[in-house]
Design a protein around this ligand. Structure first.
Ligand SMILES: [Fe+2]
Ligand SMILES: [Fe+2]
Length: 312
């Protein structure tokens, strides 16, 4: 999602752009507790069948199972969003805590972003309550959990790497929520919350895009290597972990087997490509790799050729 284009004078002056973003955050502030029709989600399906992750897989489910799956899938994505945003809040707050100069013009907007994320998290928590999902996430333990903690430690140290993860963590839900919010069969409360979230995330994406050139210029060799080679694998993991294997087990499907198959359907892969390409575009803009030498990991993640052009 993009914001309306700013006038040229604002576009060319980063301080002015930051002020404009902060001004929008003040003028369009939304308090989710009072904004939404809480208690109206009901007990039916919250997503249409074609937006379920299993769309394209030959699985036989009753209407009741599909209803439950829709609620479990949305709950899993909300939980992933709450945790991702908590990490983002923590790391951005550390930037302020450890700053040499608190007059950094990026900080006022950065703090607006943290405030907005905490409101998103409260809205997501409240929606989780209404969904009444029961799936346990097996990726919260073992190797996957250890890998997540290691990635978080790297993101605290390496700011360009963090910024790329931030872009991915905002672009992916943005595309999934775009699909849901524009579909007439999505539950009205979920549609409203998705629209609200996308509107605020559009500002956060503008901010992250503003941060990246400077952070990339300051990044060392190892950090650049991680962004070029490791980041696409981590982002694929991020995408695939949003609907985790435990979700499928709640409707009697084999958890890991269905999860792996669901993420290999052409429908799901196409969603991944569209959701992640904007991240690659930003890396190309900052010259993270020569325009005709997109690394293989990024090509596979985003479904593009060596020049970054989508492969049909
Ligand atoms: Fe958010
Ligand atoms: Fe955000």
């Amino acid at each position: 999602m993009t914001l309306a284009p700013a006038p040229a004078a604002v576009r060319d002056d980063p301080t002015e752009r930051l002020r404009r973003l902060a001004d929008l955050s003040v003028r369009r502030a939304v308090e989710p507790d009072t904004e939404f029709a809480w208690g109206t989600l009901g007990t039916g399906a919250v997503l249409p069948d074609e937006l379920l992750s299993i769309h394209g897989l030959a699985v036989d489910l009753t209407p009741q199972q599909r209803t439950q799956l829709s609620r479990e899938e949305v709950a899993a994505m909300l939980a992933a969003g709450i945790r991702f945003e908590a990490m983002l809040d923590a790391i951005l707050s550390l930037w302020v805590a450890h700053a040499d100069d608190l007059r950094d013009p990026r900080f006022p907007y950065l703090l607006h972003e943290v405030a907005e994320e905490t409101r998103h998290q409260r809205a997501f928590l409240r929606l989780l309550d209404e969904l009444g999902a029961t799936a346990a996430n097996p990726l919260d333990h073992g190797l996957a959990a250890r890998a997540r903690r290691r990635i978080a430690r790297i993101a605290q140290r390496e700011r360009a790497f963090f910024c790329v993860m931030l872009l991915a963590g905002e672009e992916i839900p943005d595309h999934l929520q775009e699909l849901a919010s524009e579909h007439a069969d999505t539950a009205p409360l979920l549609r409203a919350i998705n629209r609200y979230h996308r509107a605020e995330e559009a500002r956060h994406l503008s901010f992250a895009r503003m941060l990246l050139p400077d952070l990339w210029a300051r990044a060392g060799h190892r950090e650049r290597f991680r962004v070029r080679r490791l980041a696409p694998r981590i982002i694929q993991g991020l995408f695939e972990s949003m609907v985790h294997p435990g979700v499928y087990a709640t409707v009697g499907l084999p958890g890991f087997r269905t999860w792996r198959a669901a993420h290999r359907t052409s429908e799901r892969v196409a969603i991944r490509h569209v959701a992640t390409r904007p991240v690659l575009d930003q890396l190309l803009l900052v010259g993270a790799f020569p325009a005709d030498r997109v690394p293989r990991g990024w090509r596979r993640l985003c479904g593009v050729d060596h020049t970054g052009t989508p492969v049909v």
